[in-house]
Write a protein that binds this ligand. Structure first.
Ligand SMILES: [Zn+2]
Length: 200
């Protein structure tokens, strides 16, 4: 069992990502730019976190991402075992097959229990043929980091993560400008209101 799981994990490391793209076509956006990365970047650079240095939000996002990666490894291991036992290979992941108690890989005892959904946007899919070098990814958390980096490099893709840091700097400047304008506004109001007080 453990051996099979290890084989399942290691076949991804040896993957030829350029060949995968030639065989399976365009890499899904959720692999190249998983939505969770933007959430982490936003959390990292949010005004409150910058002022108070709180990282707790970011850590729990990372913990959920790791839980999703663990689900992806378990699903891939189960599919590898299924493909060893069955003449008809399992190629494209149907989420209900691993997430529902009546799912194919659950009823076939390739999974001890249905995989739990880490958070609402978390939905596993496959890129390519899972009986060959295809991989599993999540709509929200993307795929395992080694596959993501390999596919980004093979596709010549530059991640957007750095750009969002600049945006938050702009947001900070904007907030300061708005605060400045408000302060001037308050001074003008006070200036108009206060001198009138003695005359009444
Ligand atoms: Zn996920």
């Amino acid at each position: 069992m453990l051996c099979i799981l290890l084989t399942g994990a290691s076949h991804a490391y040896q993957a030829d990502y350029k060949e995968m793209i030639e065989k399976y076509g365009q890499v899904p956006e959720a692999i190249l730019e998983p939505p969770v990365e933007e959430t982490i970047a936003r959390e990292k650079s949010s005004l409150l976190n910058r002022i108070f240095g709180s990282n707790s939000g970011r850590y729990s996002i990372q913990a959920r991402t790791k839980a999703c990666y663990a689900n992806q490894r378990i699903a891939l291991g189960a599919i590898e075992m299924y493909n060893m036992d069955n003449a008809t290979m399992y190629k494209n992941l149907v989420y209900s097959d691993i997430a529902d108690s009546s799912g194919l890989l659950v009823t076939g005892k390739y999974l001890r229990s249905p995989l739990y959904q880490v958070e609402p946007g978390c939905h596993l899919r496959s890129y390519g043929d899972l009986s060959d070098t295809g991989i599993i990814y999540c709509d929200y958390h993307g795929c395992l980091p080694e596959d993501r980096d390999g596919l980004r490099a093979a596709a010549g893709y530059t991640p957007k993560a750095h750009a969002s840091g600049n945006n938050s700097d702009n947001t900070m400047v904007l907030v300061l400008i708005v605060l400045g304008v408000l302060a001037v506004g308050v001074m003008i109001i006070l200036h108009n209101v206060l001198p009138k007080a003695p005359s009444s």
